[in-house]
Design a protein around this ligand. Sequence first.
Ligand code: AMP
Length: 216
Amino acid sequence: MDVILLGPPGAGKGTQAKFMVDRWNIPQVSTGDILRAAVREGTGLGVEARGFMDRGELVPDRVVIGIIAERLKEDDATGGFILDGFPRTLPQAEALESILTDLDRNIDHVVSIEVDEEELVDRLTGRRMCKGCGESFHVLFNPPQNEGVCDRCGGGLYQRDDDKEGTIRQRLNVYRDQTSPLIAFYREKGSLREIDGSGNIQDISARIEQVLTGTE
Ligand code: AMP
């Protein structure tokens, strides 16, 4: 099963991808996670990407397309994958089509998670991430059992630099201008599945499960 999770920052793509990994046993491929790891490790990729990420802008298409072309060839992706945060522009979506054609496969579902903009700002400003395993929490909506500590691995929690209010507005503008046209692109192809992304994490997972198993 080859799936794209589409939606604005804060819609819950990463959280839902983790549920889908457990449910379908296919990997989550997150360009944001790959880029953040590169920044942490100080690799050439990280140095190139960092400024764009800190400003809430997109990293150039050429860079992220290269990452995905390599990642989707890996063994763990042969049975399917969940793309989280890619594609984010029309040229990325077109490049993905050709990468998949070369691998003789195609996207089965594009799940678009929809949440209104003010709720996204509240979700993003309260979001905290684990340094160890990348799990995400929210100070109000999904707090860890012990403040500042990951429930899953005991790692320390931190706030992403780009989850500060000024950068959040910029990321939402970038989403509106550059990424939201992908909704029409995939609707025309007949692969778009729209999901109400409001409410609690379990309810949203249940909606995704229903559309992917055809039981809605
Ligand atoms: P995310 O964790 O998906 O919110 O991504 C964090 C940041 O990484 C974004 O604001 C971009 O700067 C960069 N990024 C992640 N995925 C992409 C992509 N597909 N295209 C361009 N930039 C990306």
